[in-house]
Design a protein around this ligand. Structure first.
Ligand code: ADP
Ligand code: MG
Length: 243
């Protein structure tokens, strides 16, 4: 289980997140919503250990192990995964090579060339990704949707315990959204935890969340069941209340 306790985070001395508390259990799908600039990506990046964000106080615990000050690499080895809102282009490194390197550095066992190829093929099929696509340089010249799909592909191949998806459903056409949502459902089981950051309720036609967090001005103002998503659609963030 991932626990966030009284987390306060600054960027360049400016307070961004205030007193965040979250308990993310195994086997559950969580959602984080909130207006632009409310601090959702800051929270995701802080959980992952991005050094740009400085933790002023509070703790992050993974199965009771204090990981607050772990490096992103240590956190990844412990099973955390973040799909970026704005994936970086890495020229000269193909998707398949990138994933092989990542896989071998994260996992204790190394797969043979053929075993790894089989794994890639299986996950690519799930997302209807063409095998030739895996030989392209990571994110170079990719459309917005291809980048997002590639992030989900990474999640499926690396198979982390906890996945945070930062707007992985943005910019996807209807068919791709469905494929990505199915990928999320195939990834999910009673050992996994997912935190989906999103602006769109469409993804919940396919993915059934257990709990929704709503963030405003760097604070979690509401924690409720999925019914809050409909209410949010009607009232907007301006008028949503915790009642
Ligand atoms: P969200 O993902 O909810 O849209 P972010 O976490 O990206 O919000 O941003 C939260 C706030 O932090 C915003 O007001 C944003 O302008 C600010 N912020 C993000 N990065 C920086 C930075 N490098 N320097 C100063 N402020 C930043
Ligand atoms: Mg964001």
């Amino acid at each position: 289980m991932l626990e966030i306790k009284n987390l306060n985070v600054n960027i360049n001395e400016k307070e961004i997140l205030r007193n965040i508390n979250m308990n993310l259990e195994k086997g559950k799908i969580y959602v984080l919503m909130g207006p632009n600039g409310s601090g959702k990506s800051t929270l995701a990046n802080t959980i992952m250990g991005n050094p740009k964000y400085s933790i002023k106080s509070g703790k992050i615990l993974l199965n009771n192990d204090d990981i607050t000050n772990n490096s992103p690499n240590e956190k990844a080895k412990k099973g955390l995964f973040l799909s970026f809102q704005y994936p970086q282009e890495i020229s000269g490194v193909t998707i398949s090579n990138f994933l092989k390197q990542s896989y071998n550095s994260l996992k204790k066992k190394t797969l043979s060339f053929l075993e790894f190829k089989k794994l890639l093929k299986e996950k690519a099929n799930l997302l209807k990704i063409n095998e030739t696509f895996l030989e392209r340089y990571l994110n170079e010249g990719f459309s917005g949707g291809e980048k997002k799909k590639t992030e989900i592909f990474q999640m499926l191949v690396l198979n982390p315990a906890i996945a945070i998806l930062d707007e992985s459903d943005s910019g996807l056409d209807i068919d791709s959204l469905k494929i990505v949502a199915e990928g999320i459902n195939k990834f999910m089981n009673h050992e996994k935890t997912i935190l989906i950051i999103t602006h769109h309720k469409k993804i919940f036609d396919y993915v059934n969340p257990d709990k929704v967090f709503i963030m405003k001005n760097g604070e979690i103002i509401i924690q409720k069941g999925r019914e809050i998503i409909e209410e949010l659609e009607k009232r907007g963030y301006e008028n949503i209340k915790n009642d």
